[in-house]
Design a protein around this ligand. Structure first.
Ligand code: HEM
Ligand code: HEM
Length: 152
């Protein structure tokens, strides 16, 4: 992976992660100001929501950039270093992205709440796993190039 690709992924995770976490904190852990005559829990809630919606496609793009060689190529090649956290990242990506968009598209309150729960759990799991994936000490095989051909 080039330095540019690695930093594209890191920055997109920081952008999506911080806006998501701060927005969630405002929505679920802040109390509305009783004198402000508003249904918002925090004055910047709408701005954070907008920032999250605008920035998250960068993360989808960044993961797309890695998918063919770093992710799917390594899964198919049975590549072992950091495999466990890599698999969690790969398989939690779809429900995280899908549930995020379904929060906006979901029709009934039941489905809306279900998508919010799914998005909250998958995105928290994804962020924590991403940190472990980055911070795990390099395995002795980390330096070994993966053995898969580029046609996968
Ligand atoms: C990286 C970690 C992420 C975290 C911590 C996070 C967190 C959150 C939270 C807390 C909400 C508010 C849920 C609610 O309405 O109560 C939310 C909404 C949303 N997220 Fe994420 N998210 C993350 C990644 C993503 C990704 C990758 C996508 C899609 C590509 C995405 C798309 C959305 C969308 C579209 C909403 C709906 C906004 C709304 O209408 O309120 N999120 N996210
Ligand atoms: C969506 C899934 C994944 C994402 C977003 C992801 C992201 C990343 C990023 C950004 C790095 C840092 C690269 C650098 O600084 O050069 C990295 C390193 C690494 N990842 Fe992943 N990864 C994923 C899946 C996987 C899978 C499935 C495996 C193995 C089966 C894996 C194995 C590794 C290893 C061994 C490293 C250490 C450096 C290297 O060999 O490139 N990753 N990953």
């Amino acid at each position: 992976m080039t330095r540019g690709a690695a930093w594209t992924v890191h920055l997109s995770v920081i952008a999506a992660g911080t806006t998501g976490v701060v927005y969630g904190w405002m929505r679920y852990f802040c109390e509305p100001d009783p004198e402000a005559f508003t249904i918002q829990n925090h004055a910047l809630e709408d701005e954070l929501q907008a920032a999250h919606i605008v920035l998250v496609p960068l993360l989808v793009f960044a993961c797309g950039l890695l998918w063919r060689t770093h992710v799917w190529g390594r899964i198919r090649a049975n590549y072992q270093p950091r495999r466990r956290t890599g698999m969690v990242l790969a398989f939690a990506l779809l429900p995280m992205v899908l549930s995020g968009y379904m929060i906006q598209a979901g029709a009934s309150p039941f489905w809306h709440d279900l998508w919010i729960w799914m998005h909250g759990t998958t995105s928290t799991l994804w962020l924590l796993t991403y940190a472990v994936h980055q911070l795990s000490s390099p395995g002795e095989n980390d330096a070994t190039p993966p053995r898969f051909d580029n046609k996968v």
